[in-house]
Design a protein around this ligand. Structure first.
Ligand SMILES: [Ca+2]
Ligand SMILES: [Ca+2]
Ligand SMILES: [Ca+2]
Ligand SMILES: [Ca+2]
Length: 98
């Protein structure tokens, strides 16, 4: 018997399973139907949940390379070069030398 993909490994193949990733959110309303994400977080509100969205903040810089994956900062500005972009660095206090 041929079986199709079955993401959550339960007794139902994806084609018959109303919740492919078994995260409790039915596929029809799941913004990441193949990735368990019960909280359905979607930072940029594009309908593709953060769990499956390659660019969570939709600033054009993919999460893997984005120094602020949840803050829009297409310029990737990082004034103190600590690897975290200015857009998501909470402590922006200037460094005072004496
Ligand atoms: Ca899901
Ligand atoms: Ca999204
Ligand atoms: Ca991004
Ligand atoms: Ca960003």
């Amino acid at each position: 018997m041929l079986t199709g993909p079955n993401t959550d490994g339960d007794s139902l193949g994806n084609t018959c399973d109303p919740d492919d990733d078994n995260d409790g959110v039915p596929d029809v309303s799941d913004n990441s139907p193949l990735v368990p994400n019960p909280y359905q977080k979607d930072t940029d509100g594009d309908g593709n949940g953060d769990a499956s969205d390659p660019d969570d903040d939709n600033d054009g810089v993919l999460d893997a390379a984005d120094n602020c994956p949840l803050a829009v900062n297409a310029d990737q500005k990082d004034s103190n070069a600590d690897g975290k972009g200015d857009a998501c660095t909470m402590n922006m206090a200037p460094i005072i030398s004496c």
